[in-house]
Design a protein around this ligand. Structure first.
Ligand SMILES: Cc1cc2nc3c(=O)[nH]c(=O)nc-3n(C[C@H](O)[C@H](O)[C@H](O)COP(=O)(O)OP(=O)(O)OC[C@H]3O[C@@H](n4cnc5c(N)ncnc54)[C@H](O)[C@@H]3O)c2cc1C
Length: 341
């Protein structure tokens, strides 16, 4: 391993791979350090790219030679333009991706570059009074660079809540980056904390799709990338919609005190407020019936994800009871529902 690079990028998520690839395109040498090679390019949650407020960013990244839009087109399984009833300026393309194919597209793209990928945990910054000149890994390896970029996503001091349960972690099954968080706090930099939410994954086999409204993708199927894209799309899949009802609203209201959001457990609110089902019920008193949309996570890995509003960080049993009250999910058993992951 050459341990002196023009740029050291920490983190192999969306931001890190784009940063590393931009360094490569500039003709500079780059090391991309991440916890594990296996999770480079991994989509955290609902595997969707674009949507309102985000598709223009994806296309700007694409216009600058970035890889996200192209990886989307190598893995997209449903495309829809949102807000079609409104004017062009507020319309947005959203693509549901096959999670495994997206990750593969990113990893294959990186293989075509000379970016050096280093597996390991960054626990400290190498610095003097003037500048940061690299990072220290948990196995004591120093990786030196003229510039260091941190793109550590949700891992810095990450905490995951499910109702009143609270555990440390970057994502489900992955450790949080605690030593690096401590280092950053010790530098007395201006800091803030953000939150995100995620819905449960539901086994496709536990859903009665015949009772739900089918939502097909757009035809002809558009492309996310305005630059290059493959000649053919992946096989396209439908989404399925069901709605909350009086029973589900009753369960939510009865258990609201167990919710991490309403018990005061979570204090940080994201910059873009992502309303959960409990918010909808509390704010609108159950007068509305928000849709729950089941979206596939891929061709092989096909538990549907109830996305849009069912991402409340509520207590596990309450969540399971709640899901079995939804039309088309009456027969789902506990085994069909996986919380987070
Ligand atoms: C459960 C969950 C649900 C989410 N839902 C959504 C959603 O629906 N929509 C949405 O837009 N966003 C969602 N997000 C936010 C999501 O994290 C971001 O959209 C996106 O993944 C951020 O990309 P990133 O590159 O900044 O970070 P990440 O994708 O989080 O990548 C960070 C990378 O840094 C690495 N890393 C971190 N610390 C270290 C260290 N010390 N040493 C070495 N490597 C390190 C990690 O291994 C990882 O590869 C969700 C996040 C989570 C956890």
């Amino acid at each position: 391993m050459n341990n002196k690079y023009d740029v050291v990028v920490v983190g192999g998520g969306h931001a890190g791979v784009e940063a590393a690839h931009a360094v490569y395109r500039s003709g500079l040498s780059c090391a991309l350090v991440s916890f594990s090679y296996e999770t480079i390019g991994q989509m955290s949650c609902n595997p969707a790219i674009g949507g309102l407020g985000k598709s223009h960013l994806v296309r700007e990244v694409d216009a600058m030679g970035g890889i996200m839009a192209q990886a989307t087109d190598m893995s997209g399984i449903q495309y829809r333009t949102l807000n079609t009833r409104k004017g062009n300026s507020v319309q947005a393309l959203r693509a549901q991706c096959d999670r495994e194919l997206y990750k593969k597209a990113i990893q294959d793209t990186l293989k075509l570059t000379d970016i050096e990928i280093i597996e390991g945990e960054v626990i400290d910054l190498l610095s003097n009074k003037e500048s940061v000149f690299g990072v220290l890994l948990a196995d004591n390896t120093e990786v030196r660079g003229k510039k260091t970029i941190l793109t550590t996503g949700t891992f810095l001091n990450g905490i995951m809540y499910t109702g009143q349960d609270k555990i440390q972690g970057g994502r489900v099954g992955e450790s949080a980056a605690i030593p690096l968080s401590r280092k950053l706090y010790s530098l007395n930099l201006p800091m803030g904390r953000l939150k995100t939410g995620t819905p449960a994954r539901i086994k496709m086999s536990s859903l009665d799709l015949g009772l739900m409204e089918e939502q097909k993708g757009e035809t002809p199927t558009p492309w996310m990338a305005l630059s290059e894209h493959p000649t053919e799309h992946q096989k396209q899949l439908s989404c399925y919609i069901t709605r909350t009802n009086k029973n589900t609203h009753k369960i939510i209201k009865k258990n609201i005190h167990l919710s991490a959001m309403y018990s005061g457990n979570i204090s940080g609110i994201g910059p873009r407020y992502c309303p959960s089902i409990e918010d909808k019920v509390v704010r609108f008193g159950g007068q509305r019936q928000p849709p729950n949309i089941y979206r596939a996570r891929g061709h092989k890995q096909r538990p549907g994800i109830p996305k849009r509003h069912l991402n409340q960080p509520a207590q596990r049993q309450h969540k399971k009871t709640l899901y079995t009250q939804l039309l088309g999910m009456e027969n789902s058993s506990d085994r069909g529902i996986r919380l987070c992951g």
